[in-house]
Write a protein that binds this ligand. Structure first.
Ligand code: GDP
Length: 196
């Protein structure tokens, strides 16, 4: 695939600062520390495209990466630190809702979860937003290397069951940035959503 061509475009503190709303965009979401940056870096086969940002309460940015003239990946800001002030959380929610509801180019959400802590409050919020906007949702259960294969598979099935109640179609897979587990699956999913 051509995902290794991914190039950084810009970091947008607000939606107004985003690149023009055209072509197709796939957005990556995940609670802080879930492993989102590592997952993006792994699937584009670059070591430092998505920077690892770990300062609680710091400015939340939408990071845009170009695959080709018509296709972008977006790294959405995560939160999840207990100490994030209410005002920061509220701004984050506003920006995320605005982006998810109004971005015409958006064609799917990849939600990254640490397989040892799946379906946090953050993750349910994302599922609910996708239910409201009708966005296709794909879940990466990452750090799968932290569990034995049987336990990882059981977690996958449990999350699948939990999401059975949801009104949208959700696909999910195991992933590991360490072992490169599931890289082909995520490439196939992106190919499908991007219409390759
Ligand atoms: P982000 O905050 O969601 O972008 O998370 P990062 O990608 O920065 O990862 C958070 C921590 O988890 C870092 O210490 C990573 O090295 C570690 N990590 C990320 N992905 C994996 C993985 O697949 N396996 C293992 N064992 N550790 C991982």
């Amino acid at each position: 695939p051509i995902y290794h061509q991914a190039k950084f475009i810009n970091s947008a503190p607000r939606l107004q600062d985003a690149p023009p709303d055209q072509g197709m965009e796939i957005a990556f979401a995940g609670r802080s520390n879930a492993g989102k940056s590592s997952a993006i870096n792994t699937l584009v086969q670059q070591t430092a495209l998505a920077r690892v940002s770990k300062t609680p309460g710091r400015t939340q940015l939408l990071n845009f990466f170009e695959i080709d003239a018509q296709r972008k990946l977006v790294d959405l800001p995560g939160y999840g630190y207990a100490k994030v002030p209410v005002a920061v959380k509220r701004d984050w929610q506003k920006m995320m809702e605005n982006y998810l509801k109004n971005r015409q180019a958006l064609c799917g959400i990849v939600l990254v979860m640490d397989i040892r802590h799946p379906m946090t409050e953050f993750d349910w919020q994302m599922v609910e937003w996708c239910e409201h906007t009708g966005q296709p949702l794909h879940i990466l259960l990452t750090k799968a290397d932290k569990l034995k294969f049987g336990a990882a598979k059981n977690t996958l099935l449990a999350v699948q069951r939990e999401l059975g109640r949801s009104s949208i179609t959700v696909t999910l897979q195991l992933f590991s940035a360490l072992n490169k587990t599931g890289v082909e699956d995520i490439h196939q999913l992106l190919d499908e959503w991007f219409g390759f």
